[in-house]
Design a protein around this ligand. Structure first.
Ligand code: ATP
Ligand code: MG
Length: 436
């Protein structure tokens, strides 16, 4: 196994009085799993983001457990356990809405003839007090702060990779040789950005330095997996910071290449501001426990490309609505070869774009009908976003703000003449469009 003197330290056991994890903060489900494993004579550790977040005083999203019990043995312990995929040796144990993922440590029965039992310290660990298997589990982890094991037997924390020190220093450090670990799984570069953004950490020097060399391998990742990661990055409460770090490490182009191209020409253009603003708003809404939808985010992320395409279509003679509809289809069609966008979200994004062109027409019955469209609210929010980011639509946005606030009589007054006059004059002279 490769050694990396910077990331690997002596394995340490931090006893209960010297760390801050309290059982009161661990979910009932996770505790039940850990205690049942212990009672049956197995090892049981809480690991990953749960341990990291508890040590940071944050509320964990979920709890993952590793054990030396075989999946079949786990299944016998819990009636609600379901085995997931042979290769991953996983069981899902369900307690009401909570699912605890229980992974079996490698290096038990079937791998026992594996000669490669060298620890992360380079030591042979066959008669190591912690056993071989857990030290091998370290190589299935990405960052040192994600690689701390809370041991239910004595409530201590096991640290094989200097995760405790990194946690205190606010450093995200990949375990082992960064180039090798990124090549193994390029998504780890995106995870680095996501965790750094969410936790307010910085990347370790080598962890950061290897990114330019490995970045292009992200192109090999299936669009569906990148989609999952994009959602975690942008709907996890730290979207704006993730977006800035993606730009900083020049990774954004592996997710949204057309927008990235446009930003790189002018990073201060309204288009880039719009995306940043959308991210800020999303973070704000999550902070306030308001619902957020991926469709709005995708609408914002792809808007620069859609606008560019729409302008080209208009110059070929399409109306503004036709142009934006065609552009939306084209851009999404190309986008899904990079990051997939489920149909329900792409339909909604197209509707938001299409309504941008329709909102320009503030006349007669149509304006009233637009108010009733299912996605009017999202489209209006999107219009505000465009105005905020410096697009020349502030007057139009204000018109729609006022129009919504009016009662029926006020609306009739606001529209008075617009629809009628137009009808009367049709064929004689084109009514000059309201300034937009
Ligand atoms: P979150 O708060 O997003 O749940 P997490 O650290 O728990 O963060 P998960 O994706 O739930 O992240 O994964 C759980 C653990 O599994 C991680 O902490 C890490 O140790 C390991 N892991 C997950 N994905 C990878 C990966 N791609 N490469 C290496 N280790 C990984
Ligand atoms: Mg997790």
């Amino acid at each position: 196994m490769p050694k990396d003197p910077e990331t690997i330290t002596q394995a340490t056991r931090i006893p209960r009085p010297e760390h801050s994890i309290s059982r009161a903060d661990i979910s009932d489900g996770a505790l039940k799993v850990l205690y049942a494993l212990k009672k049956a004579g197995f090892e049981g550790y809480l690991v990953g983001g749960g341990v990291r977040d508890l040590l940071l005083g944050r509320e964990p999203k979920d709890f993952d457990v590793v054990t030396d019990a075989e999946p079949e043995q786990v299944k016998r312990l819990f009636r609600s356990a379901r085995l997931i995929g042979r290769r991953f040796r996983l069981a899902h144990v369900r307690f009401g809405p909570e699912i605890i993922e229980v992974a079996t440590l490698r290096g038990t029965v079937e791998d026992s003839d594996d000669q490669d039992r060298v620890s992360v310290n380079g030591r042979i660990v066959r008669d190591n007090a912690y056993g071989t298997s857990i030290e091998e589990d370290v190589w299935r982890r990405d960052f040192s702060v994600n690689c701390l094991y809370y041991d239910i037997r004595d409530f201590s924390v096991l640290d094989f990779t200097g995760g405790m020190a990194d946690l205190e220093a606010g450093i995200l450090r990949i375990i082992g040789d960064p180039v090798r670990r990124y090549r193994e799984d390029p998504v780890r570069m995106l995870r680095a950005v996501r965790f750094a953004a969410k936790l307010g950490f910085r990347l370790g020097d080598e962890t950061a330095a290897a990114i330019p060399e490995c970045a292009s391998t992200l192109a090999e990742i299936p669009p569906a997996r990148l989609y999952e990661e994009v959602l975690k990055m942008f709907l996890g409460g730290a979207a704006a910071q993730s977006f800035e770090l993606l730009n900083h490490y020049d990774l954004f182009k592996y997710l949204f290449v057309e927008s990235a191209d446009l930003f790189s020409k002018d990073p201060l253009a309204p288009a880039a501001q719009l995306v940043l603003q959308a991210m800020n708003n999303t973070d704000q809404r999550i902070q306030e426990d308001k619902p957020v939808t991926p469709s709005f985010l995708f609408a914002a992320l792809l808007w620069p490309a859609v606008q560019k395409d729409a302008i080209a279509h208009e110059s070929r003679g399409l109306t503004s609505i036709q142009a934006i509809d065609a552009a939306g289809m084209d851009v999404l069609g190309r986008q899904i070869s990079q990051v997939s966008v489920p149909r329900r979200f792409s339909l909604a994004a197209r509707e938001i774009w299409s309504l941008q062109a329709r909102l320009e027409q503030r006349r007669g019955k149509r304006a009233i009908q637009l108010l009733g469209r299912p996605r009017f609210r999202a489209a209006y929010d999107f219009l505000l976003l465009r105005a905020e980011s410096g697009e020349d639509v502030a007057e139009m946005a204000e018109w729609w703000t006022k129009f919504q606030e009016m009662d029926d009589a006020g609306r009739r007054l606001a529209l008075a003449g617009t629809g009628q006059r137009r009808r009367r004059r049709r064929g004689r002279r084109r009514q000059p469009q309201a300034q937009t």
